[in-house]
Design a protein. Structure first.
Length: 194
């Protein structure tokens, strides 16, 4: 299946996989579609699977003390989708992951993940490299958001996520950038007039 080959090609960027490893991954991973609005992870529940995104956008969000919805992360093509803390630590997820668009994924259950860890010698090092890359990118981006003005943050967002602006509601992008939807609309208008 060509979708699963996308997963294999991505994993191979981070380490070696033998033909047996590839066969095992192809046999044990499951293809699944999520409609827009479908919940991948619900806050307060344990996460028992990891998805690799073939197409579409997922959004991770939580609620602050005032009950406002705060978008913390977008995940799209060639990203893994899960709450890594919940998955690794067997604890309830602190936020919700929802499909922002129709999504196509390849799912790996907790039991299959454990089997991969035991049977694929490079699995843990590949996953550690991917996790490190993802966390570093997220941390660096969020650090920049804190130290710059809203317009610069929006321009950086467009550079980092060029396709999301047409696929994700502006209110969620504004929440991610830590500004109001009104401010985001004003910034976008200002940019188009320059």
């Amino acid at each position: 299946m060509t979708e699963q080959n996308e997963l294999i090609d991505y994993l191979k960027k981070f380490g070696h996989l033998s033909n047996d490893d590839i066969t095992l991954i192809l046999e044990q991973s499951v293809f699944k579609r999520f409609k827009t609005g479908a919940i991948f992870v619900e806050a307060g529940r344990n996460v028992n699977e990891v998805g690799f995104i073939i197409s579409g956008v997922f959004r991770y969000f939580f609620y602050d003390k005032e009950g406002n919805e705060i978008t913390s992360l977008f995940m799209s093509e060639s990203d893994f989708v899960t709450n890594i803390n919940s998955f690794n630590e067997y604890i309830p997820s602190s936020g919700t992951i929802i499909a922002e668009t129709d999504c196509t994924t390849i799912l790996i259950s907790r039991d299959v993940w454990k089997m991969f860890s035991e049977k694929i010698s490079s699995w843990n090092s590949i996953m550690q490299a991917i996790t490190n890359k993802t966390l570093l990118a997220k941390t660096n981006f969020q650090r920049k958001l804190i130290s710059q003005d809203a317009k610069t943050s929006y321009l950086d967002f467009l550079e980092k996520y060029p396709t999301l602006i047409k696929r994700v509601p502006l209110v969620h992008i504004a929440s991610f950038l830590g500004i109001t939807k009104f401010s985001l609309s004003r910034i976008r208008k200002q940019i188009t007039q320059e």
